[in-house]
Design a protein around this ligand. Structure first.
Ligand SMILES: CSCCC(=O)C(=O)COP(=O)(O)O
Ligand SMILES: [Mg+2]
Length: 236
């Protein structure tokens, strides 16, 4: 068991899928929405610099493969690659703004985040979803716009979530002491990478997502449970 005897966190860094929001929302709502709308978006927004850059990066990462085919392959594989995440974010932007997408956060999330913020804890997001997509997901929730709760949004520009160097880059950029940061995620490989970088970590194992609790890390079934383990306020 790791992280015993640690200091109370001053910063909480949160994963999204499987931690603050059901895996099913990402895989059964967001991903299919992006898959459906991507072909039209590539045509309609062909002059958008974000689209142009994502397509150029795709071509660079997969030379010789038609970009549309490569994007399909990445979607099939749930690949965490920046150009795909950037394009998915643009698709979702339309959906959120048109009222077709609303993020259904786990019920315990907003009360816990509010309690932590009120206590002076800095909150930040680290997701494979692009920074723009993160701001959308928290901007259009059943509880309204909760983006003001967060001080920073980190995405794949900081590196992959399974690499310790990404967490070192995040704490370095934000000026945080790694030992003051608690990283919450459902994915053990992400926790391992964060722990290697010196962060405190806790697995969020949501019964609804069927997350398997890992013996190596502290495990909580909700954010209030994690708060209890780490000496943070638990929220209503
Ligand atoms: C920003 S919401 C979409 C999340 C996403 O695209 C994804 O691949 C899941 O990433 P996470 O790092 O939150 O597990
Ligand atoms: Mg996750």
């Amino acid at each position: 068991m790791q992280n015993t005897g640690s200091n109370t966190p001053r910063v909480v860094l949160l994963d999204i899928e499987g931690t603050t929001l059901p895996v099913a929302f990402v895989h059964k709502v967001l991903f299919p929405y992006a898959r459906t709308h991507l072909p039209a978006l590539l045509v309609q927004q062909s002059d958008n610099p974000v689209v142009r850059q994502a397509l150029a990066e795709t071509a660079q990462l997969a030379p010789g493969v038609p970009v549309a085919e490569q994007l399909e392959r990445w979607m099939d594989a749930d690949a965490k690659v920046a150009p795909l995440k950037s394009l998915q974010g643009l698709c979702w932007e339309q959906g959120y703004r048109q009222g077709e997408l609303v993020a259904d956060l786990y019920a315990d999330v907003v009360p816990a985040l509010r309690a932590w913020k009120a206590e002076g804890i800095t909150l930040a997001v680290y997701s494979s979803g692009s920074e723009a997509a993160q701001k959308l997901i928290y901007g259009y929730t059943e509880q309204g716009d909760v983006t003001p709760l967060f001080s920073a949004f980190f995405d794949l520009k900081m590196g992959g979530k399974r690499e310790a160097a990404s967490y070192s880059a995040i704490v370095g950029k934000a000026g945080w002491n790694p030992a003051d940061v608690l990283f919450l995620s459902d994915v053990v490989a992400e926790l391992a990478a964060a722990a290697q970088a010196g962060l405190q970590v806790c697995q969020i194992a949501r019964p609804q997502d069927g997350t398997v609790a890992d013996a190596d890390y502290r495990v909580a079934a909700s954010l209030p449970e994690a708060a209890h383990l780490f000496g943070l306020p638990e929220g209503a």
